[in-house]
Design a protein around this ligand. Structure first.
Ligand SMILES: *Cc1c(COP(=O)(O)O)cnc(C)c1O
Length: 374
């Protein structure tokens, strides 16, 4: 039995009729660019996040970039984030002409460590991007207090955390703006690329709307230099279908995570932690072990789609050599890159599949520890 890391085909099988109908409607109407479904989806997604505005854009990367630009991030300024994210978190900063500045993570949460943040703030710092990695919200209480004290904007990278909560409020509503991705494998995914910026600030929403559409409010009147970065009507139509299932799917992800955690009782690996007042939506179920590479190889041999998110921290990527960081600069992020392993988790996974993954992991870890003891 093959067990994939994510399974978009299973989602289509479940929702084929609804998705086909939604697509057909758009095809018949032909309003492919900024059509009816885009505006409808934006309303529904804003309401899902508990905030006033959502603006659909072409990808999560663009959502980050346009949100930063709308918050006034300019060339020569600095934006702080964590180094163990997907590279797009940092590239969005670079696209504004600003400089990514990294701060190490809290190893229990895998998100930026607020205790280390103040040291990285300079006169040039303009914003902070907390990454709600794997679906776990960053420590927003502590981060917001620091942002307020230093007059910095918070742009949440919520690309992996649609629906996660922090003290009863959903991510996407916790900073000045937030970025979501609808890449197919995300908790809410389209049939291609897509993204959204959410915000409670009408000016930010308005600026992102201009930035995504050639800087125009009125056709052929270009008020600012801007981009072409719109969410396709076809993607919005698909996302509207899937959004109705998202709360249920997130609950199923939490159930699967709880089952893994129960099955791993007594096994010598580090499991994901949960925190008082915050809810994790398990975009990924990530364990830690020093035997990561061997375990990954074994799982893959058995047809289990485990993966690594991410093997190389951003500050050590060749693309960011010019920032001058070195190995050892962020020991917690670097250790996590060596040890993390993502196990298959998606809402349509069966209990039998979960048990099979857990058994393969446990057998390997137990055998390894027996060998060590002998
Ligand atoms: C997926 C992702 C992005 C980028 O989103 P795209 O839609 O692929 O451009 C950015 N940050 C994080 C943390 C992500 O997981």
């Amino acid at each position: 039995m093959k067990i994939p890391l994510v399974d978009v085909r299973a989602q289509y099988e479940l929702l084929a009729d609804e998705m086909n109908e939604a697509l057909n409607l758009v095809l018949q109407r032909g309003d492919y660019i900024l059509g009816k479904e885009v505006a409808e989806f934006e309303k529904e997604f804003a309401s899902f996040c508990g905030c006033r505005y959502a603006v659909g854009v072409a990808s999560g990367t663009d959502a980050l970039h346009l949100a930063l630009e709308a918050c006034g991030v300019e060339p020569g300024e600095e934006v702080i984030t964590s180094p163990n994210s997907f590279v797009a978190t940092a590239s969005a900063i670079s696209f504004c002409g600003a400089k990514p500045v990294f701060v190490d993570i809290d190893p229990d949460r895998f998100t930026i460590n607020p205790d280390l943040l103040t040291n990285a703030i300079t006169e040039k710092t303009k914003a902070i991007i907390p990454v709600h990695l794997y679906g776990q919200p960053a420590d927003m209480g502590a981060l917001s207090a620091i942002a307020e004290r230093f007059g910095l904007s918070i742009v949440e990278d919520a690309c992996q955390a649609h629906g996660a909560e922090c003290d009863g409020r959903r991510v996407g509503s916790l900073g000045r703006a937030a970025a979501f991705s609808f890449y197919p494998g995300k908790n809410l995914g389209g049939c291609g690329d897509g993204g959204a910026v959410t915000t409670n600030d009408p000016e930010i929403a308005d600026r992102v709307k201009q930035l995504r559409n050639y800087g125009q409010r009125v056709k052929y009147h270009h008020e600012t230099l801007a981009y072409n970065s719109r969410l396709d009507t076809i993607q919005a139509a698909i996302l509207r279908v899937k959004l109705q299932y998202l709360d249920g799917w997130n609950r199923r992800r939490q159930e699967i995570a709880a089952y893994y955690t129960q099955l791993f009782a007594g096994c010598l690996i580090k499991l994901p932690k949960s925190f008082e007042g915050s809810s994790h939506v398990y975009h990924l179920y990530v364990i830690r072990t020093a035997q990561r590479d061997d375990l990954l190889e074994l799982l893959n041999q058995q047809g289990i789609g485990a993966g690594i998110h991410y093997p190389i921290p951003i500050h050590l990527q060749p693309a960011y050599e010019s920032l001058g960081y070195q190995a050892g600069d962020f020991p917690e992020a670097e250790a996590s890159c060596r040890q993390v392993l993502s196990l298959p988790i998606h809402p349509l996974m069966t209990d039998e599949q979960i048990e099979q993954v857990a058994q393969s992991v446990k057998e390997y870890i137990d055998r390894h520890n027996l060998l060590l003891a002998a």
